[in-house]
Design a protein around this ligand. Structure first.
Ligand code: SF4
Length: 490
């Protein structure tokens, strides 16, 4: 890949669109906290550091208190971040140097920062960018790998990769790009198993398209096109288990519909945490504490609740949460629900793990009965899930499989694409389904779309029935079969 200015800009736009939430992952309130957290993050995950630092900063809120720390006590507080003996030595050296050379303040100068104990060029850049907003592009293990895979640099050291990136990208974009590349490395361009099929930069990556060897592994990656992958995908649940207690008693669900399912299966007494979007059944809000959102749960809160199982779903929760849980030694299970067959597999898996096989088998039997009459291929149907920008549920998603089984023929690009006005017009659907969540589509939106697509049928449908897999699958299927008057079951 020859990187022209236009291609570099294209890459930046793709990363901005894919990772709008990219930011510094180390919790900090001031430059001192950030420099300490960054020192602790060496050979350790940000999640683990974020769990460690609240107690550390409570005891040592500034360089003056840290300088007086007893090494044994300091080591005990940071032990879980690894290499604690050396890190404690560096933190004490840092605190004393800040007091002696900078009146207890963290300097905003690269050279002065890099001269502090435990602070190399990378840490200095992280602090400059995130604590002072001074453009810098620290190259960590993720950026090093991603930059080389994308062919942005062929250099063999982080320092040289940093120099190459700084040459290629405008100075004012360095901070944002730094976070975006880290997010991309964590969420998509994994060291061992890059998810090239869903990579926002695939069109710009020779390694991902199998045209060049992967500089990270030295081998050619298997080329996967999303459409092919979906066709070949086994019709079962793609789940991952870490060390799991055979009968978990302290469960945290990060998936709203799974929370509801557990309540339906009378397992709610085992729930010790949920997300703030887990709002059904209603009483769950008063009885089970929230651990934050589905995309950004509070890891400290999760760890404090001492769960013996956290339940995730791959579209609902970012992969980084599973990585963080692994780092914290918390068992988790990740469901992947794209079809009704996935639902059956998930019910059986959850039933087995949670000792609820009777409930699971009853669900499977009910759905199998409902699926026996097969619908004929029906009208070309687009399911919209968001407005400004328009987003749709691709044919390879759960809502579309539900619609397919109700006699609609889902159309549109794969997964959860954004659609420009032109792309929406070009799809020219026969039917548009407008679920009332996650976007609150209402009659006004339906009327607007009726004007725009005069020959299409527009149906406003219950968003929870359409998107809450596992707990409302049968309800959703029955609802959509009623919505489709032309549904011919054979
Ligand atoms: S296409 Fe694959 S190798 Fe290339 S950046 Fe994306 S995930 Fe990484």
């Amino acid at each position: 890949m020859r990187w022209t200015k236009a291609k570099l800009k294209d890459l930046q736009q793709r990363l901005t669109q894919a990772y709008p939430d990219a930011k510094c992952a180390l919790d900090h309130r001031d430059p001192f906290q950030l420099v300490v957290a960054t020192i602790l993050s060496a050979q350790c995950t940000d999640a683990r550091v974020n769990v460690t630092t609240p107690a550390l900063f409570e005891k040592y809120p500034d360089p003056a208190s840290l300088a007086k720390a007893k090494p044994v006590e300091l080591e005990a507080l940071i032990r879980s971040t690894g290499f604690y003996h050396n890190k404690a030595k560096n933190l004490l050296g840092l605190a004393n140097a800040l007091l002696a050379r900078h009146s207890g303040k963290v300097p905003n100068d690269a050279e002065q920062l890099a001269a502090l104990p435990g602070v190399g060029q990378k840490t200095a850049n992280v602090v400059l960018a995130n604590a002072f907003g001074i453009p810098a592009l620290a190259v960590d293990t993720h950026i090093f790998r991603v930059a080389r895979r994308l062919g942005l640099s062929e250099a063999k050291t982080p320092e040289k990769v940093e120099a190459d990136l700084c040459r290629l990208f405008p100075r004012e974009d360095w901070i944002e790009l730094h976070h975006q590349l880290i997010f991309h490395g964590r969420r998509c361009c994994d060291a061992r198993k890059p998810d090239c099929g869903h990579c926002p930069a695939l069109a710009l990556c020779d390694v991902g398209r199998g045209k060049a060897l992967d500089p990270h592994s030295g081998v050619r990656l298997e080329v996967r096109v999303v459409g092919d992958k979906e066709k070949k995908r086994a019709p079962t649940l793609d789940s991952r288990l870490s060390t799991l207690d055979s009968s978990p008693k302290r469960i945290i669900s990060l998936v709203p519909s799974v929370t509801e399912l557990l309540a339906q299966w009378e397992l709610a007494t085992r729930l010790v945490g949920r997300t703030r979007y887990c709002i059904a059944p209603k009483w769950i809000r008063a009885t089970v504490p929230s651990v934050g959102g589905t995309k950004d749960p509070d890891l400290q809160r999760i760890a404090d609740l001492r769960p013996d199982l956290v339940i995730l779903e791959k579209d609902e929760n970012p992969k980084s949460i599973a990585d963080d849980l692994t780092d914290l030694g918390i068992p988790w299970i990740a469901l992947e629900i794209r079809t009704l067959k996935d639902c059956m597999a998930a019910w059986l898996l959850l039933g087995k793990q949670l000792g609820a096989m009777d409930q699971a088998k009853a669900r499977v039997a009910e759905l199998k009965t409902m699926l026996k009459p097969k619908p004929k291929a029906g009208p070309r149907t687009l399911t919209l899930i968001w407005k400004d920008p328009w987003m749709s549920a691709g044919p390879d998603t759960y809502p579309s499989d539900l619609a397919r089984r109700a006699g609609f023929s889902p159309i549109g690009p794969a997964r959860w694409p954004r659609l420009s006005e032109e792309e929406l017009d070009a799809l020219d659907p026969d039917v548009i389904l407008l679920p009332t969540e996650p976007y609150r589509f209402n009659q006004r939106h339906a009327a607007e779309l009726r004007q725009r697509f005069p020959s299409a049928k527009i149906h406003l449908v219950d968003g929870q029935a359409m998107t809450w897999y596992l707990s409302r699958t049968s309800e959703g299927l029955a609802m959509l079969r009623e919505v489709n008057p032309d549904n011919k079951l054979t």
